[in-house]
Design a protein around this ligand. Structure first.
Ligand code: ADP
Length: 505
């Protein structure tokens, strides 16, 4: 089971909260837009039905005017019981018609008779001038707001000098008083507001529809509005469950994302481990190749020497020179031992075994090592000058490794001065503080300055038949003895071996 690492406090909640807030804003926005558009379509629906109702009622007024007009014409003498009967009937059935009056215009007086009341017709002498503009021929109508509020009056010339008047209560016209909170309506006549309802508290947003009734005798203008409040656009009974659902979705999304990140990082870790394993394998193969080259390099010299000594022995045999034969066989034995030693040291080196440190007299170890190359140097006409004194004393070294290093340095020096005038190699051994320095110098061309940094890198060589392993191997062998090596140019090349403290006097 993988135990999840705890996130730093606050990081996940803040990110989750941000995601939740953004999603909530989007969802609430969509809910509000949905509520608004459905509210606007309700408003259109409502306006349409109000328009139809209004048109129907205004047509009824026209019909009443026609019916009453006919009765008025048939009743020259007023007050008339037929007009009263019809008016009573109309007022009882249509409560919005609050008054039915006939107006008779005489020479001196204007007499108005109000019909429809249970108490019977009421006669009033108007005397004052009555504005009857627009009533010129029989059938003409005019309409105007009544003197009392929330009412308007329709006048119709029904007979010569006889006008019929209906008063309409606008409160009852559309039953608008019961329309409910979110809608408001305004009914106006020629710019005068007859009726107005308000939808109460201020709204965030308001949508309106306006229409003209299109009725010739009653040119009313109706405006219906709907206000949208916050709790209508975003009703709590929908918004709260929505926010809770979004919180749950956010939580699930975060969990899923964390799980997939964890999976990805596990995959990455596995991939890195695999790459590391491949690199380690490549490194091992490389090191093995390097070692194999190193072994071949080191063995090439004693094997070549044994070959030439064996040929010399064969020649000595043919000319019957046992003395030469003996020295050649001795040399072969020495070189074969050396090859064997090299192999056993390389095996120890590869297996990571420590160097075989022993206390030896350094002058003896150096003399023995140089003895191996003596004959070769003499053959190549190279002078070897060795400066050392017994004061150098003993040292704790791995003799074979140390001799290998020295052998490498002398052989490189010999290569560098081959074919030069007075070729000379000097080996200088001295104490300096707690160190013993072994310096091998030649009078060759020196090391190319650009190569100086790289000569201890494996496989760096400037020789056509070189392997570039002598110096790196020497450096490693000295490291195992807690020593080191450095190179510089001083006339020719000079290599200095440092054998550290622990080298005893
Ligand atoms: P190799 O002898 O196979 O080239 P080494 O690691 O022993 O490998 O030497 C590496 C290089 O260092 C040589 O190729 C040469 O360029 C340079 N070098 C070593 N010793 C000397 C020297 N005494 N004088 C000039 N150059 C040298």
């Amino acid at each position: 089971m993988v135990l999840r690492q705890l996130k730093p406090a606050g990081v996940l909640p803040i990110r989750a909260l941000t995601v939740w807030l953004l999603m909530s804003l989007a969802a609430i926005g969509l809910l509000a837009v949905y509520k608004y558009t459905s509210g606007v379509s309700d408003l259109s629906e409502r306006t349409r039905s109000m328009e139809m109702l209004l048109a129907e009622r205004l047509a009824q007024h026209d019909a009443h005017l026609s019916g009453l007009g006919a009765v008025v014409r048939m009743s020259p003498d007023e007050p008339s019981t037929s007009i009263q009967g019809l008016a009573e009937n109309i007022i009882a059935r249509y409560p919005r018609i609050t008054d039915i009056t006939t107006i008779t215009i005489g020479r001196e007086t204007v007499r108005a008779i109000s019909y429809g009341k249970a108490s019977g017709p009421a006669i009033t002498d108007l005397r004052q001038n009555l504005d009857l503009t627009g009533l010129e021929k029989i059938g003409d109508t005019s309409v105007r707001p009544a003197t009392e509020p929330h009412a308007y009056e329709i006048f119709k010339l029904v007979a010569p000098e006889r006008v019929l008047r209906l008063r309409i209560d606008t409160d009852a016209l559309l039953d608008m008083g019961d329309e409910g909170g979110e809608y408001s309506s305004t009914l106006s006549l020629n710019g005068t507001v007859l009726f107005e309802t308000s939808d109460g508290s201020p709204a965030l947003w308001t949508a309106s529809h306006a229409l003209d009734t299109g009725n010739h005798s009653q040119p009313l203008h109706l405006t219906v509005s709907r206000g949208f409040r916050l709790n209508e656009l975003c009703p709590p009974h929908l918004a709260l469950p929505l926010l809770a659902a979004l919180a749950a979705i956010t939580w699930l999304i975060m969990k899923y994302r964390d799980a997939s990140r964890e999976r990805q990082s596990q995959e990455r870790r596995a991939m890195l481990l695999e790459q590391e394993a491949k690199l380690a394998q490549a490194g091992r193969v490389n090191a093995m190749g390097e070692m194999a080259s190193g072994i071949a390099h080191e063995l090439a010299q004693p094997i070549a020497a044994m070959l030439s000594q064996s040929q010399a022995a064969k020649r000595a045999l043919s000319i019957n020179r046992p003395d030469i034969l003996k020295s050649a066989v001795d040399a072969n034995i020495r070189d074969a031992r050396r090859a064997g030693d090299i192999l056993s040291r390389m095996r120890a080196y590869v297996s990571g075994a420590p160097a075989r440190i022993e206390e030896v007299r350094l002058t003896e170890a150096i003399t023995e090592a140089l003895h191996l190359v003596d004959a070769d140097l003499a053959q190549r006409g190279i002078t070897l000058v060795v400066t050392q004194s017994d004061a150098v004393g003993t040292g704790h070294i791995d003799v074979i490794s140390f001799q290998q290093v020295l052998h490498n340095l002398v052989r490189n020096a010999a290569d560098a001065i081959a074919g030069r005038q007075d070729p000379k190699i000097t080996v200088d051994v001295r104490r300096q503080g707690n160190e013993v320095l072994v310096m091998v110098a030649d009078n060759g061309p020196g090391i190319e300055p650009s190569s100086l940094e790289r000569i201890f890198d494996p496989f760096f060589t400037t020789k056509t038949d070189g392997m570039g392993l002598g110096l790196p191997l020497s450096a490693r062998l000295l490291e195992k003895m807690n020593g080191s090596i450095e190179a510089c140019n001083d006339g020719g090349a000079r290599f200095t071996i440092h054998l550290p403290t622990g080298v005893l006097p």
